[in-house]
Ligand binder design. Structure first.
Ligand SMILES: Cc1cc2nc3c(=O)[nH]c(=O)nc-3n(C[C@H](O)[C@H](O)[C@H](O)COP(=O)(O)OP(=O)(O)OC[C@H]3O[C@@H](n4cnc5c(N)ncnc54)[C@H](O)[C@@H]3O)c2cc1C
Length: 432
């Protein structure tokens, strides 16, 4: 049995970041992943600007940064769009194959021990240690285990069982997202998506709750769709022929029609991949005796956009910071580890809740919200920043609600009373 201070199950962005900060503190860390790195991970690869909080990201941009987005276009179901540009980037683009591999490298360089290609099979918590069993039959001993295995994580399931919680996320709290990445060349990208590397979303594509996106990397387009599982179940019930792969292929066809995707590039079902995104505003609680969960394992994802990378890194860092002082006294009880739970709740717990409200609003009245935002520069800015997560939602919630109220008054109530119409802006179309 090999001994470590901490075992981290899963070496995605959350696990690798926890391991990086723990190793920097001088702790011995086993970073265990069932995959061998570099590995692919279904993702849009969009990073919100809060990622600048991490020195090891900012210091190493050249290792993985694909593009900086300075323009966002969000289409509503009726074709009207919010088209917002600013001089500074409000969204960064990476590709997970490279990004995740680099995060693992940084953790290893800081001193973590990587065990790749081996899954964690099970673990046992005793009063004085955690014993983790790996698929190859070997065992690891540690003071604490961090669950970073994604949306159906082993440690999260143990916390759920201990707390008597449902063993899975509710259907409305988990989204299914499919994507593809395709090389389109720099000439196409510069011509259509421009040097400002437009990020685009289509809200409620074909009327279903959720959205489609097209994110422009350096020379690669990342296109995908995401819907709550409850929406997918309903779509399948209404039409047994419906399937999410065809839904994404239909989205690609729409992008081709609108000029956002090269018409001569064929996309087949085999090119599509997908995964789950937990959008349930965080697992309550996210810690137990000698265990805690980070990233998707804890359900730390924006319910509005499905963006989880920033929360993955930040929860990994907060977990490491919470553990830092605990080794001296050796108390890793749930009562003490709840300090981690409070740390993320205080930092962005309210945000996740407000982004859920924003999601419901956007799904309930997408065309109206896009119209209110499209006609006013200030509202455009708030709308775009809230969507991409670059402004804390809880800090701007009152502003957003006030702007919506203004939109209702100026664009719906007054024109109705005066029997007049508000002129709508032209929908932007890409270069031919
Ligand atoms: C299609 C799609 C598009 C997305 N787009 C974006 C986006 O543009 N921007 C954004 O911020 N977020 C996006 N997300 C969300 C983002 O991908 C996740 O929030 C992020 O990957 C969470 O990181 P993580 O480290 O918690 O989990 P993961 O990245 O899922 O990593 C978990 C790791 O754990 C390993 N693992 C699992 N079980 C075990 C086990 N038993 N033993 C050992 N290892 C194990 C896995 O192999 C994996 O490497 C998207 C998600 C999807 C599905």
């Amino acid at each position: 049995m090999t001994k470590f201070d901490v075992v981290v199950e899963g070496a995605g962005p959350a696990g690798a970041t926890a391991a990086y900060y723990l190793a920097k503190q001088g702790k011995s860390v086993a970073l265990v992943d069932r995959a061998k790195f570099p590995r692919e991970k279904a993702c849009g690869g969009g990073l919100c600007v809060h990622i600048e909080e991490f020195d090891h990201i900012v210091d190493n941009w050249d290792d993985f940064l694909e593009s900086k987005c300075k323009r966002g276009i969000v289409y509503g179901p009726d074709g009207l769009a919010v088209d917002y540009t600013q001089e500074t980037p409000f969204f960064y683009n990476i590709r997970r194959f490279t990004f995740d591999n680099k995060l693992v490298e940084y953790a290893v360089d800081a001193g973590a021990t990587l065990m790749e290609g081996i899954a964690v099979k099970d673990f046992r918590v005793t009063p004085d240690k955690v014993v983790t069993e790996l698929r190859d039959g070997s065992t690891l001993e540690s003071e604490v285990i961090i669950g970073a295995g994604g949306s159906f994580d082993l440690v999260a399931r143990r916390i759920r069982a201990d707390e008597g919680l449902p063993m899975k996320w509710r259907d409305e709290d988990i989204a299914t997202a499919l994507y593809l990445e395709i090389e389109v060349g720099r000439e196409y990208m510069d011509h259509v998506y421009g040097p400002e590397r437009i990020s685009m979303a289509h809200i409620k594509f074909q009327g279903l709750d959720g959205y489609g996106w097209s994110f422009s990397k350096d020379t690669v387009l990342n296109v995908g769709i995401g819907c709550p599982r409850s929406t997918i179940r309903r779509a399948k019930k209404d039409n047994p022929e419906w399937d999410e792969r065809q839904y994404l292929l239909d989205y690609v066809a729409t992008l081709k029609e609108q000029g956002w995707f090269p018409r001569d590039l064929e996309v087949t079902r085999e090119m599509l991949a997908g995964s789950n995104i937990p959008v349930g505003m965080g697992l309550q609680p996210s810690a137990g005796d000698r265990m805690l969960v980070v990233g998707d394992a804890g359900g730390f994802v924006s319910p509005l956009s499905g963006e989880g990378l920033y929360y993955a890194l930040d929860s990994g860092r907060l977990a490491a910071e919470t553990l830092e002082g605990l080794f001296e006294h050796g108390d890793f009880s749930k009562a003490v580890l709840m300090g981690y739970h409070r740390a993320w709740r205080n930092k962005w717990g309210d945000d996740l809740e407000w982004l859920k409200v924003a999601w419901h609003l956007l799904m309930f009245m997408p065309s109206s919200l896009i119209r209110y935002a499209a006609l006013d520069e200030e509202t455009k800015m708030f709308f775009t920043h809230m969507f991409v997560g670059s402004m804390p939602a809880y800090q701007i919630k009152n502003k957003v609600l006030a702007l919506i109220a203004e939109g209702v008054l100026k664009q719906d109530v007054l024109p109705f009373l005066k029997q007049s119409k508000v002129p709508l802006p032209e929908v932007q179309s890409p270069a031919a």
